[in-house]
Design a protein around this ligand. Sequence first.
Ligand SMILES: [Zn+2]
Length: 252
Amino acid sequence: MVYLWDLLVLAVGATVGSFLYVVALRYGTEKSLLAGRSLCPACHRKLSVIDLVPVFSFIFLRGKCRTCKAKISWQYPLVEILTAIIFLFLFRSPLALIVWCLLIVIMIYDWRHKIIPGGLVLVFDLLALTMAVLNNLGGDLFSALLWGPLFAAPFFLLWYFSGGKWIGLGDAKLGLGLGWLLGAASIDAFILAFWLGAAVSLLIVGWQNWRKSQRKLTMKSEVPFAPFLFAATFLVYFFKINILGLINFLFY
Ligand SMILES: [Zn+2]
């Protein structure tokens, strides 16, 4: 019975995930969230039930539209799987679940537009702050609240001293809420985000050199940082990845 229940939670999570993707696509546009079923963006065919089953449709259709064979973004199944995992961990904590769903929408929006949506981040920050307060009442509330500004400070300084060239102010605003969400694990997420960012940047540079790409690679071909912040936060929050422990283990 336990497995059946887990499967149900995963299915609900994946379905919510595909809804979150639509929310992110339509955020800031005039389109209503509930009006009409989704269309294929290439041939505008109305999608039917078999096109809309989370994860499975993508696999069965091999990532292509049934009629026009246009590629479907790999981001759909990824978001559905991530949301399913989040539901499995958090279905008993509604506030944390809402905070994470909001974070997913922010990340999709950032992937697609390379802009962190200010309004959504404000709500995310306020909810993460509320969660930090509720979780630390009667405990060390002061330290818990300090993690937000501590996490945001390096991004704010990078933004300030580069005049907005290296990093946007949005990363600092997002960091505030991430710090409140993660508490003391902020340090682990911060280090992991930089490692992931550096590793992926190296892979991209290597791959582009290998392809002998015509476009010259300069510092300007910037890799956005928010996806790494999100990935690191996800891994540290749900899988308790202990980077400080790992560093201690490797170097001392
Ligand atoms: Zn199509």
